[in-house]
Design a protein around this ligand. Structure first.
Ligand code: ZN
Length: 476
């Protein structure tokens, strides 16, 4: 591509009109040849042919134009498992924008004894001024009580409209009674919860069994979290949601057994939104039997499941039974992972992905598994925008929307590697994987922020206050 990137675009201002000419604009419902005119951070016009004498023109012929991708599941600068994630907001959002993600939604986390506002303020301190893409926050609730319940209305009015509940992990565990109470209160206040579904008791018992047998390696991580662990918790959550009469989001779905519970709930008439992640679509449980300590790179929860689960997740995407694909980016360096070399339960759980997701989904989804580009747009951009209350400000290339645009080159072939990633972590879980397609130019509110995996402009991301979720019936 012989595009001349005008100097003004690389600086801080973007008041000059920019015209993206000759590309194919992708939405969740169609693709169409169209020119896109933007100014002052917004999209001014999307038309088949725009001639604007005073605009700077960028030739994007042969390229797909996606609305900036949204990753609704990241953990940056998170203190967990006695350490802190390798990526903070500075490196994490740079990795995001490098790959074509113009907005992330991170999990502000309430620790025991804190108010929700304390948690939210803590996350603003981590993020504000450091972000190279736009960002919002979910709030992970760990300490539910009367005063926290009272805070919900103001928290929601401040643009935090989604919440996270965990059914496992000692520090975050929420019992059934409280889950019910929270869901009911969220319904009244206009919020929605995303839930980590795993049965805490079964995991604890299986971990004890593995250790009693002398199994302390990565392989035991897989053995301690079979699909039924996810399915049991998902089924229980969905029945709690049924009694609370409340929609709910199941995050990072990893198994067919888990999906069956969702199907039953949908057949009962419940509104259930489902997220999965690239790692569950690309790998199977064999990663836990890699030689040496290699498998620690993939120690995440829920675990990566069987080959049949992986294939089923693709089918569920193809038929739009799953609504979003986000990453659960929660990165740790190899030396951090090494804390669990002699005991798998001490390996910090999580892996990077925020940078790789768009290219993985184009390459494995569109090119290899029969997803349409419109579906890719839905799963990575339009649906998260609707579910998390930022549509049509984000999630669509249309007049009035933020000029967050990814100029996608479908022809670029490249190989993922730690050597060419921006994320601040010393391994790439997708090392050596050849992919097709790349974010060639990434515009954040009209400003060229990244080009071919390199970040050009840092720290121009801003906080996005979100509205309540758009109900599924209004999505089309
Ligand atoms: Zn997570």
């Amino acid at each position: 591509m012989q595009t001349e990137i005008p100097d003004y675009q690389k600086g801080s201002g973007c008041a000059v009109k920019t015209l993206l000419k000759g590309g194919t604009v992708v939405s969740g419902s169609k693709t169409a040849a169209a020119d896109v005119l933007m100014k002052d951070g917004k999209i001014l016009a999307v038309e088949q042919e725009i001639d604007e004498a005073d605009a700077k023109i960028i030739d994007v012929s042969g390229r797909l134009l996606f609305p900036g991708f949204i990753d609704a599941h990241t953990h940056f600068d998170l203190h967990v498992a006695g350490t802190v994630t390798a990526d903070d907001f500075q490196s994490g959002t740079k990795a995001a924008i490098a790959g074509g993600t113009t907005m992330i939604i991170d999990f502000a986390t309430q620790y025991q004894g804190e108010s929700l506002h304390e948690a939210l303020n803590n996350w603003h301190k981590k993020a504000d001024g450091n972000a190279s893409c736009d960002y919002g926050f979910h709030l992970a609730i760990s300490d539910w009580n009367h005063s926290v319940s009272e805070e919900l209305d103001t928290i929601i009015s401040e643009g935090v409209t989604s919440f996270k509940l965990y059914m496992t992990y000692d520090e975050m565990y929420m019992a059934d009674k409280k889950i019910y109470q929270i869901l009911k209160r969220l319904k009244e206040a206009g919020g929605i919860a995303g839930v980590h579904c795993e049965n805490k008791g079964i995991i604890e018992a299986l971990v004890e069994e593995e250790k009693a047998k002398g199994n302390y390696s990565v392989h035991a991580h897989k053995m301690s979290r079979p699909a039924a662990v996810e399915a049991e918790a998902a089924g229980r959550l969905l029945k709690i949601a049924q009694v609370a009469d409340c929609p709910v989001i199941i995050v990072h779905l990893s198994s067919e057994a888990g999906y069956k519970e969702i199907l039953y709930a949908r057949e009962r008439g419940q509104e259930v939104y489902v997220e999965t992640c690239p790692q569950y679509l690309i790998f199977n449980e064999d990663v836990y039997d890699l030689p040496g300590f290699e498998g620690s790179k993939y120690v995440i929860s829920p675990t990566i499941k069987k080959e049949s689960d992986r294939q089923r997740l693709w089918e569920l995407l193809k038929t739009d039974q799953i609504q979003t694909v986000s990453t659960d980016h929660c990165s740790f360096t190899l030396s951090q992972k090494a804390a669990g070399r002699d005991d798998f339960t001490k390996i910090p759980n999580g892996m990077p992905g925020v940078e790789a997701r768009p290219a993985l989904m184009y390459s494995f989804g569109v090119k290899k598994n029969g997803l349409t580009v419109e579906q890719m747009c839905r799963f990575l951009s339009e649906n998260p925008a609707k579910l998390y209350g930022v549509y049509p400000q984000k999630g669509v290339i249309a007049p009035g929307s933020d000029a967050d645009i990814v100029v996608w080159n479908p022809e670029t072939r490249w190989t993922m590697s730690v050597g060419n990633q921006v994320a601040h972590v010393d391994y790439c879980p997708f090392e050596g994987i050849s992919v097709e397609g790349k974010a060639e130019l990434v515009f954040l509110k009209g400003r060229l922020a990244a080009e071919n995996g390199k970040v050009l402009v840092e720290k121009t991301g801003s906080y996005v206050a979100r509205n309540r979720h758009m109900e599924l019936a209004q999505w089309n």
